[in-house]
Design a protein around this ligand. Structure first.
Ligand code: ATP
Ligand code: MG
Length: 401
């Protein structure tokens, strides 16, 4: 027996009242985009479900990709049969017989989503269960802890038989929550922040500050690679690469050393805000976590945050590093993040940074030593934007050495 359908269940979407159909349509759209290479698939949206017909396509790669799509609570491989009790019986038996591991106990759970169907779910359970029992050997019914729970879902036009379910990625469909500009370094944290931001339905663009020639092509390619990994969770991503060398050199030469890191962060935020404004983006996201490093104490955040009115989403703010690493490993960014290339933040900067920088000092130094507006204009004008898709070229590290 080969499963011929996949039954996709929504999570939180169901709570969205009138917006429900908007969320469902976006989810369907995202599924079609993610799965477009499997051209045999066809889709149907019914109440509370999206039903994918495999039409001969092998389900393994489809299952793998479905696990990444936000807005899906769970999904199951399904055998579609007609709304006919005999068909349901045969289907349930087939599902049991083709189960990959030995089954000693089972249970039938019928759900009559289509109420006009004339037999209620209790009776269906009995009919189908009785048939499976008499047509298989060494198997008994256990309604409490069965090896296999065979679910029979009676819908208006057909019945779908499933056993077991895969967990979906949860969250909300990407595209239902506006757009966020992710400040993406080459580190472990910010890609995770991008993933979690998309999980709440936002599309993202990414902005990265680099300092050529002090940061090299490989460091840039690493950020492209990280962005590419993020595309598999929902959308193509515009990556803005901001040349930051001049600003860092100004800071290095002109600003007091213990405020350089604070002033550098403030410049990054101002530039990010300008790029966001130009593109109609309403919020920024970072991988900051409270207290992790000098720039992420509350005093630092307070002083750095002063320069923008945009909301800053910090999905990791209360997480421990180990929790972040666990997510990074799960979403496949970790191995790329730990490649040892220079980050622009680490060059030029003096070893000591203030953990309690003050707003008034930061403002005073900027007024005294820096041509803030001019630097921002110049950096934004020279920013390079690349559209990253799941097909973008990845790092051929050997070629670059
Ligand atoms: P990450 O692991 O994301 O690099 P981090 O723990 O190294 O974070 P910081 O270096 O203090 O922390 O950076 C804090 C946040 O500032 C990052 O998570 C990221 O959002 C942003 N950021 C840092 N460096 C850059 C950069 N070169 N380009 C864009 N954003 C950056
Ligand atoms: Mg970093």
């Amino acid at each position: 027996m080969k499963y011929n359908h996949i039954l996709v269940r929504f999570g939180e979407l169901a709570l969205k009242g009138k917006n429900r159909s908007y969320f469902e349509k976006q989810l369907l759209q995202n599924m079609k985009t993610t799965l477009k290479e499997y051209s045999a698939l066809t889709y149907k949206r019914t109440y509370g479900r999206i039903i994918v017909e495999l039409n001969g396509q092998d389900h393994d790669p489809v299952v793998k990709q479905l696990k990444h799509i936000f807005g899906i609570h769970s999904f199951s491989l399904a055998l579609k049969v007609e709304n006919d009790v005999d068909e349901m019986k045969k289907g349930a038996l087939e599902v049991l017989k083709s189960h990959p591991t030995a089954v000693r106990t089972f249970k039938i759970t019928t759900k009559r989503a289509y109420k006009p169907f004339p037999i209620d779910s209790q009776k269906l359970n009995h009919h189908i269960g009785g048939y499976v029992l008499t047509n298989s050997e060494d198997v008994t019914v256990d309604v409490h802890h069965p090896d296999l729970d065979i679910r029979v879902e009676v819908r208006e036009t057909a019945t779908y038989i499933t056993s077991g379910a895969y967990s979906g990625a949860g969250g909300l469909p990407v595209g239902t929550g506006g757009k966020v500009l992710l400040m993406l370094s080459g580190g472990i944290d910010s890609p995770v922040a991008g993933y979690l931001t998309m999980k709440r339905g936002a599309r993202i663009e990414a902005i990265h500050f680099h300092s050529p020639p002090y940061t090299n092509e490989r460091a840039k390619q690493k950020v492209i690679d990280l962005t590419k990994i993020l595309t598999k969770y929902g959308c193509n991503i515009n990556l803005h690469l901001v040349p930051f060398t001049d600003i860092q050199q100004h800071l290095h030469k002109e600003a007091p050393s213990n405020y350089q890191m604070t002033l550098m962060r403030r410049m990054m935020l101002r530039i990010s805000e300008k790029v966001a404004n130009e593109r109609g983006i309403l919020a920024l996201a970072t991988g900051e976590s409270l207290g992790q490093v000098a720039s992420q104490t509350l005093h630092s955040m307070n002083t750095i945050n002063e320069v923008t009115n945009l909301p800053i989403i910090r999905p990791l703010v209360t997480m421990d590093k180990l929790e972040v690493i666990e997510i990074a490993q799960k979403i496949d960014t970790y191995e790329t993040s730990i490649l040892p290339y220079e980050d622009c933040c680490t060059i030029f900067l003096p070893p000591e940074s203030k953990t309690r920088p003050k707003r008034e000092h930061a403002n005073k130094y900027e007024n005294k030593y820096l041509k803030v507006e001019e630097y921002i204009e110049d950096a934004v004008a020279r920013t390079e934007t690349i559209l990253i898709t799941s097909k973008s070229q990845t790092n051929e590290i050997d070629d670059l050495f």
